[in-house]
Design a protein around this ligand. Structure first.
Ligand code: KIV
Length: 275
């Protein structure tokens, strides 16, 4: 369902409760990633509902091939910066690899640090079996948790590729039953990554909590993309699910090389640009 809703109609800070209301009213949830205050301010001005400080910061900001090297300190640093730049969007931070899988107690302590030190309104964790107890306990302690099923990038070394998940019946049934378990444990929403649209639909219809899709088709309650992908800043990553709304890589490259040429030719600065 599409609606005529615009964020100006509701300028209040977005909460996890608001996301549930949005699902019930058929208002699509709009989410993007951010890693700093400059971008989170622009996302806020653009009416984005949810900002995820994704551990994609490992790829986007830090230049790693995977999200595995991201640490709790990195997450806290970037989440603080994002929180400093915006006021309306709900800010959720990804818990880094091995900051929540070892034990519910450790998950608890680390999620608490992300909320206390970085001003996040909740955290996101990947998978089901290893995290379901941690989600239950965090939820009871007042820490909102978002799940993440389908393609789970922190398990790249287990799966060996970033292929779509849930294309065969057994995997699809597993993802479906994991989604129900995460909801039962108290997750407030679930990211569904790179799964067939029909599976995204089935899960979205079965859950009372919102689903946020990335490569999971149009039926999810909301959509998320990595902001550098949709701006066309990343050039060597072309999954089908990324729509490029602009080609900032070319625009920025041209500005940098025009500047370099001006400096080299003595054309910058002009008299009006000098004291
Ligand atoms: O790390 C991330 O940016 C994510 C999104 C792709 C959902 O998990």
């Amino acid at each position: 369902m599409s609606t005529n809703y615009t964020p100006e109609m509701d300028p209040r800070k977005v909460t996890t409760h608001r996301l549930s209301e949005m699902k019930r009213s058929g208002i699509k949830i709009v989410a993007l990633t951010a890693y700093d205050a400059l971008i989170s301010k622009i996302l806020d001005e653009s009416g984005i509902d949810l900002i995820l400080v994704g551990d994609s910061l490992g790829n986007v900001v830090q230049g790693y091939e995977t999200t595995i090297p991201v640490t709790l300190e990195h997450t806290i640093y970037h989440t603080k910066a994002v929180a400093n730049g915006c006021s309306r969007p709900l800010i959720i931070a990804d818990m880094p690899f091995m900051s929540y899988q070892v034990s519910p107690e450790e998950a608890f302590r680390n999620a608490g640090r992300i909320m206390k030190e970085a001003n996040a309104a909740g955290v996101k964790v990947e998978g089901c079996k290893m995290v379901v107890e941690a989600i239950r306990q965090m939820n009871e302690a007042g820490i909102p948790v978002m799940g993440h099923l389908g393609l789970t990038p922190q398990s790249i070394h287990k799966f060996g590729s970033y292929r779509a998940r849930g294309k065969d019946v057994i995997e699809a049934e597993q993802i479906y039953s994991d989604a129900l378990q995460l909801q039962e444990a108290g997750a407030f929403a679930i990211v569904l990554e790179k799964i067939p649209a029909e599976l995204g639909k089935k899960i979205t219809e079965a859950l009372t909590i919102p689903t946020i899709g990335i490569g999971a088709g149009p039926y999810c309650d909301g959509q998320i993309l990595v902001y550098t992908d949709m701006l066309g800043l990343t050039v060597d990553f072309h999954p089908r699910f990324v729509r490029r709304y602009t080609n900032l890589h070319e625009t920025v490259k041209k500005a940098f090389s025009d500047y370099a040429e001006d400096v080299r030719k003595g054309k910058f600065p002009h008299e009006e640009e000098s004291y």
